[in-house]
Write a protein that binds this ligand. Sequence first.
Ligand code: LLP
Length: 429
Amino acid sequence: MICSNIGQAGGRLTFAGRDTVALAEQYGTPLYLMDEQRIRHNCRIYKENMDRHFTRALPLYASKALACRRLYEIVAEEGLGTDVVSPGELYLAKSAGFPMERVFFHGNAKTDADILFAMGCGVGYFVVDNPDELSAVDRYAGERGIHQKILLRVTPGIDPHTFEAVSTGKVDSKFGIPIETGQALEFVQQALGLEHVQVMGLHAHVGSQVFASTVFYDTADIMLRFLAELKEKLGWEAEMLNLGGGYGVRYTEQDPTVDIGYELSTVGRHIKEGCARLGLAEPMVLMEPGRSIVADAGMTLYTVQSTKRIPGYRSYVAIDGGMTDNPRYALYRSAYTVYLANKMDAPRDFVCTVGGRCCESGDMIQENVPLPEPERGDILAVCTTGAYNYSMSSNYNSIPRPPIVMVDGERDYVAVRRETFEDLAAREV
Ligand code: LLP
């Protein structure tokens, strides 16, 4: 099994030690399941190892991966901070009681209203993406009579051709300001000259679903060199260095397993050595894992509706959900591991495409999936759906979103209820 919280008993798939077929019967399908203990376990891997291997550090949960109030509560209890990318995520975090001093507000296109809303919430930090935003944050902070803490987002210029799966840290990016062109230096200089912001440090993010350790070493190296340059030229030393997202996760047996604790120990050592070499005081290091906190804590259950064999072509299995609850195959051709939850002992000799219920040919969950011969009413499980599924879901075809049910040992509870038809019409006037 691809994750230790997945197993089988009596021919049925288990998740977090629970019978998935029974959960599907109890809550209906499609159904997002989340394993609370696994979320906590994943948080602790980052928290404990960053505490141990860095002089000062804080992991921030990147809530774009899955934002709902219960998640913010769990993450806050585990002592992490959080990164929010919109006033909507900030609203959810705030209403869940997340400590605002541990919230970092991202975004490359924050509106005046966003800035004012975030300041009204008392958000801890703005991760300022560009000079226009910087001026606006300074102006509004001045009007409110506060000193807003900020990080400045820069792009380290890591070439995505060298590191596959890396996509946000190159010079040509809509995020941040490039170091390579000299613009980042001016950006920092501009920020240091402002009266109402307190520049706490820098932020860089190079990409998601990262497996190679070298990506974080290289990011750290470039950032530390830049910090040394800032110290020399501007006489400014950063308090904080944010290295962006977390490590990759296993979607299939082919994906590598990352020992996150070990990786963090090496990044910690790398930063200590780098700071010593460059004569820098060690900044507090932040990382923003999203996927690796929630992905393997999630599973989606569907009910099979039909099986269609097209001789000489392929076979389709249609389910009661699809791209509305998981658009990742349609968008990125993302791989997933799929099971028939009620036929775990049967031979998997039926190769098929799992298609969703939307009126769109591209609405697929996976292709070339080996399953036992499916029948209407079987429960189909898609593993590792905790990240970027619910948060990227839609109401295309006016399909209501599934609920999120948390499983916590013997206990299970609804964290987000199923959307209703009334919800679909609720905003219409
Ligand atoms: N910090 C920043 C600034 C980010 O842009 C991201 C992800 C993260 C943290 C979290 O990275 P993670 O630990 O999850 O790898 N929708 C895509 C993923 C987009 C991720 C974008 N940024 C997907 O479904 O794969």
